[in-house]
Write a protein that binds this ligand. Sequence first.
Ligand SMILES: [Zn+2]
Length: 226
Amino acid sequence: MTMHVLCFLVFLAAMQRTTEAVEYSFSNNALSTPGGVRFRDEIGEEYAKQTLDSATQFIWGIFQQNGPGDRKNVEKVSLLVDDMDGVAYTSNNEIHVSGRYVNGYSGDVRIEITGVLYHEMVHVWQWDGNGEGPGGLIEGIADYVRLKANYAPSHWRKAGEGQKWDQGYDVTARFLDYCESLKSGFVAELNQKMRTAYSDQFFVDLLGKSVDQLWNDYKAKYGNLP
Ligand SMILES: [Zn+2]
C-alpha cells in the first residue's frame, strides 16, 4: 500500500468519527433578565454543554442504540436560554429553557435543570411512531429516562398513582418502569418499534398483555384497584 492510499484511509477513518460525533451549541438569550443571570452564575455554559453530552450518552444506553444506524441522524443540538414562560420545549433539535423558570425555582436549580435537559434531550433522540405515538407516551418515555438518571423531582407522583396509562409525564414514566420490571429492555424495544409506526398492540407483542390489562395489574400491585 502506498503512503498516499494509507493517508487517505486515515482521513476516511477520521471523517467517520467526525460524522458520529454530536456537536452542541449554547446561547443565553436572557442575560438581561434575572433568570439569564442566574443560569450563567449557577449552571453555566460549560456545565450545560457537558450535561447535553452526558444526557445523549445516557439516552443511547437506555434505548440500547449501540451504533449510528440505530439512532436518529442528528449532528447538532442547540441549547438556548430564552426569556419566556413555561419550563422548556424542544423543536428542530433546539432545546429552549425558560429563564423565568430558572429565576423562580427555589432549590438546587442546577440539579433541576439537569433533569429538565435529560427530559428534553429524549425528545431529540426518541422515535415518535412516525407522528402516531400518543403524546402522553412520548412525554412518559422522556420522564422515564429522567427517572432512571436519578433526576426525578421529589414532587413527582409515586408509583401506582395516576388515572390512566397514557396520562403522560411522571404517571406514564412510573408505569413504564413497571413494564420494564416485567421485561428488561422493554422501553428500548418499545422505542425501537416506534421508529416507523405506533400501535397499542406493541405492549401485547412485548409483554403478552394488553396495555389496559397491564395498567390494571400495575394499579393492583400498589393496592389501587382500577
Ligand atoms: Zn416533554
